[in-house]
Unconditional design. Structure first.
Length: 78
């Protein structure tokens, strides 16, 4: 066990429009990056002539869902 005194870190509540907007943009960027990486995996499988249709369909579906999320609002009622 470490006998050093632990430093307490303070956390500020950052809940204002600019912070929410930055969070939205970051989420969109993450989804687009995941879409790109998933599509690369699909292309690799197709180039290797892999015929695992379940895997290909799953990857395509995942890429599509992540991509569409970039253009929707955060609420199911919007």
């Amino acid at each position: 066990m470490n006998n050093k005194k632990q430093e307490q870190l303070f956390i500020a509540d950052v809940d204002f429009p600019e912070a929410r907007r930055l969070e939205d943009i970051t989420s969109i960027l993450r989804d687009l990056q995941a879409t790109r990486e998933t599509c690369k995996r699909v292309m690799d499988l197709l180039d290797a002539h892999k015929q695992d249709q379940i895997l290909l369909e799953g990857l395509w579906s995942a890429a599509l869902v992540r991509y569409v999320r970039c253009f929707t609002s955060g609420s199911a009622t919007d």
